[in-house]
Design a protein around this ligand. Structure first.
Ligand SMILES: Cc1ncc(COP(=O)(O)OP(=O)(O)O)c(N)n1
Ligand SMILES: Cc1nc(C(=O)O)sc1CCOP(=O)(O)O
Ligand SMILES: [Mg+2]
Length: 208
């Protein structure tokens, strides 16, 4: 199984965003510390998801970066990504593990210790834990869990905990102190004026 990077870039495919340009800027500075999760809009077709994933796989391969696909595990398999990420509305973790096979990277969303333990027993290799803070990137999320919520999950499991939701470079130290192995971001990189510099700032906190 590939070792897991600490900085997870989730593609921002909202109108007007250019996820491949952001990735191209971040790759040379983050290198193998980066994980890219291809996440497309629900309205995107499988063909669009597949095309984007193929491009991401090609761009990231020379850097040893892990590429994952959100929700659409058939796309992950078809594009030879390293694995996928599932949440409460997606395939259950056990089914996702069956689809991806025993060696794939499989992330699961877990917001509380109980569901976190279940997801790990079912085959998750890392957990996405949040929303840590307020975010405008995704609507309909439950209340923010903060660093204390991350800590509760991190203390309950022995797989990497990836903190998500409104994460900025300023928050990384408290999330790391709470037991997060890494962070997943959309806006902190996608909306940055200088994504490479923003990646350096996120990585500075993650290396401590
Ligand atoms: C690292 C990480 N953590 C959580 C999520 C959220 O997944 P999910 O709950 O399935 O919601 P969608 O992203 O599918 O809208 C994630 N994608 N990545
Ligand atoms: C896709 C997603 N899932 C979340 C969860 O808590 O499950 S928060 C989120 C969006 C993260 O974007 P940003 O870094 O811009 O806040
Ligand atoms: Mg999902």
């Amino acid at each position: 199984m590939p070792s897991l990077g600490r900085l997870h870039l989730i593609t921002d495919t909202r109108p007007g965003r250019d996820p491949l340009a952001v990735l191209a800027a971040v790759l040379p500075v983050a290198r193998a510390e980066l994980v890219v999760q291809v996440r497309v809009a629900e309205t995107a077709t499988d063909r669009e998801a597949y095309d984007l994933t193929q491009r991401v796989v090609r761009l990231t391969a020379p850097y040893g970066v892990t590429c994952l696909v959100n929700d659409r595990l058939h796309v992950a398999l078809a594009a030879r990504a390293a694995g996928g990420h599932v949440g409460a509305d997606d395939l259950p973790v056990t089914a996702a593990r069956q689809v991806l096979g025993p060696t794939a990277v499989l992330g699961a969303t877990a917001r509380y210790p109980g569901t976190a333990v279940e997801a790990v027993s079912a085959g998750a290799t890392y957990l996405g834990v949040g929303p840590c803070y307020a975010t405008t990137t995704k609507s309909g999320l439950p209340p923010e869990i903060g660093a204390a919520g991350v800590q509760a999950v991190a203390e309950a499991v022995d797989v990497p905990v990836i903190a998500i939701g409104g994460v900025t470079a300023a928050a990384v130290p408290e999330l790391r102190a709470a037991g997060a192995y890494g962070v997943a971001v959309v806006g902190a990189l996608s909306a940055a004026a200088d994504p490479a510099r923003a990646a350096v700032e996120l990585l500075r906190g993650l290396s401590c």
